[in-house]
Design a protein around this ligand. Structure first.
Ligand SMILES: [Mn+2]
Length: 395
């Protein structure tokens, strides 16, 4: 018999689907949250037959279970842990642990891609076209490579995963992977996925108007409350408010929070690590412990949300040589403009700030971080200029 303990997200369930394709009725699969795995491992030791081969995928165990697993293996037990989270690399010290974050070709790994490779090289599964396609979609979604590759099928697979129950998703995928030559969605699925995409878009644009800005331990964070679509939100909010180092997403019902960044110079697994959590450089999470609750909830609750930059302007444009006009909630007016070929300055009201910048983006980042200002719409810009002309004329 085999037992698989895996994560309850698309990548974790991808592993369950592979296990069921490879072992059929010979495998028992259980999906867990990050915090729920250790209980399941203890249950395994207390109740399961000692001959059962234990797989753990997309998650890792705590110190006590790490010792128990090693002891179990020393006494002849069979265990394989496969993970791709940077915070788990120390499991590579064990014969039964394999943690790979990046393949030799530079591609990021996922638990599903590691498990597929394991099953095929161990001759526990025949390689097949549709399965390889499915595995690659899961990998691209989990590593967010789909966005760069514009592989919308990968994104859609995750949306479908959230639209149906895990059981239904497993069943659908298993029968499809067994019977078709290519992995594809049905016409009906395409239709509901299109509706779902529009729903996600509307959800995200609402969250763009709810996010607040704070500074925690030297980094600028955007704080937002959301229970759904964390990856999509982290990515869209990160791009809209790119002056922020990362986005903190609070799930109050689950008493958890997630961290996402689009920046290569920020490692959010370190941010989560400070609060006892972990994950990847670009996506991580932790429980909403007291300190996190204070910094992200209590200290930010009174703040006004950020405002998006105006998008449809014809006159008040970024990088304009005439100057780009910004405003904040205190109605303070700012103008970013080039002083000469190599320096950009900011006027606060009409007084030039001391600080100058070597490009527009640095000036804008400074302004947004320190004054939470946004690019105003053309009508505000034009009204302002009309006021200027009037005051010059003296009326
Ligand atoms: Mn994963």
């Amino acid at each position: 018999m085999y037992k698989l303990l895996s994560h309850n997200d698309l990548d974790g369930v991808g592993c369950g689907i592979l296990a069921k394709l490879a072992f059929g009725k010979e495998v028992k699969v259980r999906y867990n949250s990050v915090s729920g795995l250790d209980r399941e491992v203890e249950w395994f030791f207390e109740n399961e037959n000692k001959d059962t081969f234990l797989f753990i995928t997309d998650l890792s165990v705590n110190r006590e279970n790490e010792k128990r697993l090693e002891e179990f293996v020393q006494n002849g037990g069979k265990v394989q842990l496969l993970d791709h989270h940077k915070t788990s690399v120390h499991f590579n010290e064990y014969e039964w642990g394999k943690v790979v974050v990046e393949e030799e070709d530079g591609n990021l790994t996922s638990a599903t891609s590691l498990f597929y490779e394991y099953l095929v090289t161990s001759k526990l599964m025949e390689p097949s076209n549709p399965v390889a396609e499915f595995v690659e979609l899961v990998r691209q979604y989990d590593t967010w490579e789909w966005e760069k590759n514009e592989n919308h099928q990968a994104h859609r697979l995750n949306s479908l995963f959230f639209l149906v129950s895990i059981e239904e998703f497993e069943e659908k995928m298993i029968s499809r992977l067994k019977t078709s030559d290519h992995f594809d969605f049905s016409e009906f699925e395409e239709k509901i996925l299109e509706m779902e995409e529009h729903k996600i878009e509307r959800y995200i644009s609402r969250k763009k108007r709810e996010i607040v800005q704070t500074k925690v331990r030297g980094l600028y964070a955007g704080v937002v409350y959301a229970e759904l679509y964390h990856s999509e939100l982290g990515n869209e909010l990160g791009k809209e408010y790119s002056h922020l180092d990362y986005i903190a997403i609070l799930n109050m019902g689950g008493k958890r929070m997630g961290f996402r960044t689009i920046h290569d110079h920020i490692d959010v697994s370190e941010v989560a690590g400070h609060f006892g959590g972990g994950g990847h450089a670009k996506a991580s999470g932790c429980s909403l412990v007291d300190e996190a609750y204070k910094e992200f909830v209590l200290d930010t609750f009174h703040l006004e949300p950020l405002r998006e930059d105006a998008k449809r302007n014809r006159y008040n444009l970024k990088r304009s040589l005439f100057g780009s006009m910004y405003k904040n909630r205190a109605e303070e007016i700012f103008l970013i403009y080039p002083l000469n070929e190599s320096d950009w300055a900011i006027d606060h009201y009409k007084t030039k700030m001391d600080h100058t910048f070597s490009n527009f983006d640095d000036a804008e980042r400074f302004l947004k971080r320190n004054y939470t200002a946004w690019l105003v719409r053309d009508d505000t810009f034009v009204n302002f200029l009309m006021g200027e002309v009037k005051s010059v004329r003296g009326d």
